[in-house]
Design a protein around this ligand. Sequence first.
Ligand code: FES
Length: 118
Amino acid sequence: MAGAARLICESVALQDAGRGVRFEIEYFGENVPAFVVRHRGSVVGYLNRCSHVASELDWQEGLFFDAEGRDLLCSTHGAVFAASSGQCLGGPCGGKPLTRLQVEERNGGVYYLGVADD
Ligand code: FES
């Protein structure tokens, strides 16, 4: 599902374990929410859709990390996801990961490339 790279935000908008940037992508013909965050220096992106129930993860806009700034947390029922991979680490996600996006950081910008194939 990769297409032309689309600028999401400037690199400086994403601090490590800090607030994420929300945006929308087209996914199977629908506009759906997505987000990028910075984790251990790298930018990662996911659909903003919990694998438990299709609700958005952030409890306040852009707040995706747990209190330690380590994992991603779903605000609805507390599922925990690895920030680096989207893998379900605990809670009601039942082993189902987040949907990963292909994102790229270059020339001071963060770009969306498409939905990851995995
Ligand atoms: S909707 Fe995310 S844990 Fe239930």
